[in-house]
Design a protein around this ligand. Structure first.
Ligand SMILES: *Cc1c(COP(=O)(O)O)cnc(C)c1O
Length: 375
């Protein structure tokens, strides 16, 4: 591309990290909602509307409902993984990355009986292995996994795993925090008992609200499971929101107002259309970087449509690449623990083809400059 064709600097910081994302103008302005009290009827109405819309995103039907939590995605994860397994139960944690490991760490902190099954950070979870382990170990009552392992950009075979877990009559808890809204997921068809989502990734809201979607009968049955935490007691939040029509503690009301707008936009666009929009942007990132000699951590068939793990160019460190791109208006992301020499480019949120082209042009300038410095 000649200099005259180079896209101009972006008009905002372009977020190529896997959430928080660039949001729609209506989502941003909605946060300037009027001052309000969370124990008034208008707050109860807002909470109930958001609960219904959040349950619909993943294909929940009338038998499902959702519970909202103030906090980032990990708050909802911790509510589920500390609340749903009874003392006489045991959960199988399927771990193939940073976020699978986080599930293991949560159940460990709360002394939830568990078994951890590791697959390695770049391998998909193998449903046949899950089948064998469940067949051999009747003490396992629950299974937990991450749908989109955001550390590597890997999509795990949720449908196949859901079928295995349902066939064995166990309960399935899914961290769908970075997949819900743009990856194929269907709560009934995938046999999901506990679905965890958050506002500020593929649902394109602002950070501060996360949620759990579950069949009502599963939430009702938690009455018999003693809480392991006070603030994140899932049953307590459910009873308050669903039966008492008042939140247990102070919710992030203005973030909820903005999240309702994001949910309206997500429902209007539809998961399939948003997924196609993301896939096309991911393809632009991958084709663009590949034509510049970059290589990727995962084979194409395992990649999500919103995160790409890329090997750093020879002789260039992550911090220099990040800082150079940031100065041009683009935020890329580092990787976690086991993935030295790799950086991440996400394409969640309100991004355009021009944003991706601008990023690629900036990448060229930054890499050329750093290579010149290194030489
Ligand atoms: C982002 C993310 C989380 C939650 O992280 P928070 O910082 O609490 O929002 C959990 N699981 C996955 C797979 C994620 O991508």
């Amino acid at each position: 591309m000649s200099v005259s064709e180079a896209p101009s600097a972006p008009d905002r910081l372009v977020l190529l990290n896997p959430g928080p994302v660039n949001v729609h103008e209506d989502v941003r302005t909605a946060i300037a909602a009027p001052d309000s009290c969370h124990r008034e009827p208008e707050a109860a109405a807002l909470i109930n509307r958001v609960r219904q819309k959040a349950a619909r995103i993943g294909g929940g039907d009338d038998s499902h409902t959702s519970v909202l939590l103030a906090g980032s995605g990990t708050a909802a994860l911790e509510a589920v993984f500390s609340s749903v397994v009874p003392a006489e139960g045991r959960i199988l944690i399927l771990d193939n990355g940073h976020y699978g490991e986080r599930l293991y760490r949560i159940v460990s902190v709360h002394d939830v009986p568990h078994r951890r099954l590791e697959f390695g950070w770049t391998n998909p979870i193998d449903p046949d292995e899950v089948d064998r382990v469940l067949a051999a170990d009747p003490s396992l009552t629950h299974v937990g996994l991450v749908h989109h392992e955001t550390s590597t950009g890997q999509i795990n075979p949720l449908r196949e795993i859901g079928e295995v877990v349902a066939r064995h009559g166990r309960q399935l808890a899914v961290d769908a925090i970075s997949s819900l809204g743009s990856e194929r997921l269907d709560i009934p068809a995938d046999h999901i008992d506990w679905l965890i989502g958050t506002a500020n990734k593929n649902l394109e809201g602002l950070p501060g609200v996360s949620f759990v979607v579950a069949p009502r009968h599963r939430l009702d049955a938690l009455e018999n499971v003693p809480a392991r935490t006070f603030y994140l007691d899932l049953y307590g939040h459910y009873v308050s929101q669903d039966r008492l029509n008042a939140p247990l503690f102070t919710p992030a009301l203005q973030v909820l107002t903005s999240f309702e707008k994001a949910l309206d936009l997500a429902l209007a666009e539809g998961t399939e259309t948003r997924g196609a929009r993301y896939a096309s942007l991911a393809d632009r990132v991958r084709t663009g970087l590949a034509s510049r000699g970059a290589s990727f951590l995962l084979p194409p068939e395992h990649r999500s449509n919103s995160v790409t793990d890329v090997h750093l160019p020879e002789g260039i460190g992550y911090d220099d690449l990040h800082d150079g791109l940031k100065a041009e208006g683009y935020v890329v992301y580092s990787t976690q623990e086991q993935l030295a020499g790799v950086f991440r480019v996400a394409n969640m949120g309100q991004l355009t083809e021009a944003d991706i082209d601008g990023f690629l042009a900036a990448y060229d300038r930054v890499v050329a400059k750093l290579a010149g410095v290194a030489a």
